[in-house]
Design a protein around this ligand. Structure first.
Ligand SMILES: Nc1ncnc2c1ncn2[C@@H]1O[C@H](COP(=O)(O)OP(=O)(O)O)[C@@H](O)[C@H]1O
Ligand SMILES: [Mg+2]
Length: 249
């Protein structure tokens, strides 16, 4: 079996807190893998470990057969892993479409475009249109600071797509979105998946996630406590206990 990503026994503690403990999993090309777990379970840290924002104490990250453990976030992005941030941090003073400039000027995009960047503003406007910023409206031209939160989350998604990733990692993309924004964003994710994109989604909106995920990984106190198809995860007693425990805590 050919895996796009292999995570081997990743471990990271902060002081006394075991944020991620001995987590292993594999992702096949074209799969959508969900990662769930109560607050503080280590989901964001796991993403930070994969994307180079945090260095592991132990363990390995293999992407396309290459050991990328400990590389800088920039290098990992250039290899084709794009990640969104749970807490968005756009360039607030720039028009939305200008927020895509950094990935659009990257070496990776230049190489993928045959040595040419082309008209990046047009590419940016197209990418934004794909996530629901209508080109004919004023929205793509508005400064990011004036956009509602749901738009900023979709701007995050567009920023990731601008890199032309092979692996897209989304950290709670739906959080802070209204029901209608989630409903409008679901088809975008589905379309990416149909196009063959490999996606890891950390998500609290389980109903939506379980509809589109091929497999789901459950973290609790930094440990992987379950992995399986959504239908299996829903029935899993450990998972139920982890969520109930978190609610009553
Ligand atoms: N940079 C950090 N410094 C200290 N503790 C951290 C840091 N990042 C995360 N943690 C701790 O690690 C644990 C897992 O956090 P996190 O990965 O953000 O969980 P999740 O995304 O599942 O809510 C929490 O206890 C959190 O407080
Ligand atoms: Mg998190």
């Amino acid at each position: 079996m050919d895996y796009l990503l292999t995570v081997e026994r990743l471990t990271k503690s902060f002081g006394g807190v075991m944020a991620v403990w001995d987590v292993s999993f594999k992702v096949q090309k074209g799969q959508l893998v969900g990662i769930i777990g109560p607050n503080g379970a280590g989901k964001t840290t796991l993403i930070n470990l994969i994307t180079g924002f945090v260095k592991p104490d132990k363990g390995k990250v293999i992407f396309k057969g290459e050991d990328i453990t400990g590389l800088s976030p920039y290098k990992i992005a250039q290899k084709g892993i794009a990640r969104s941030f749970q807490v968005v941090r756009p360039f607030l003073h720039l028009p939305s479409y200008k927020n895509l400039i950094i990935p659009l000027y990257s070496k990776r995009v230049k190489a993928l475009r045959g040595g040419k960047y082309g008209d990046r503003d047009l590419v940016a406007l197209d990418l934004l249109e794909d996530v629901g910023f209508e080109k004919d409206s004023s929205v793509p031209y508005k400064v990011a600071s004036s956009l509602p939160h749901g738009y900023l989350k979709r701007l995050e998604l567009a920023r990731c797509l601008a890199l032309r990733p092979e692996l897209l990692i989304l950290d709670e993309l739906f959080s802070g979105m209204s029901m209608s924004e989630v409903a409008a964003t679901m088809p975008i994710i589905e379309k990416l998946k149909e196009g063959g994109m490999t996606i890891i989604m950390v998500e609290h909106r389980l109903r939506e996630l379980f509809r589109i995920a091929d497999t789901v990984i459950v973290l609790n106190f930094g440990e992987k406590i379950a992995e399986g198809r959504p239908s299996e995860i829903i029935e899993n007693e450990l998972v139920k206990a982890a969520y109930l425990g978190a609610e009553s805590a």
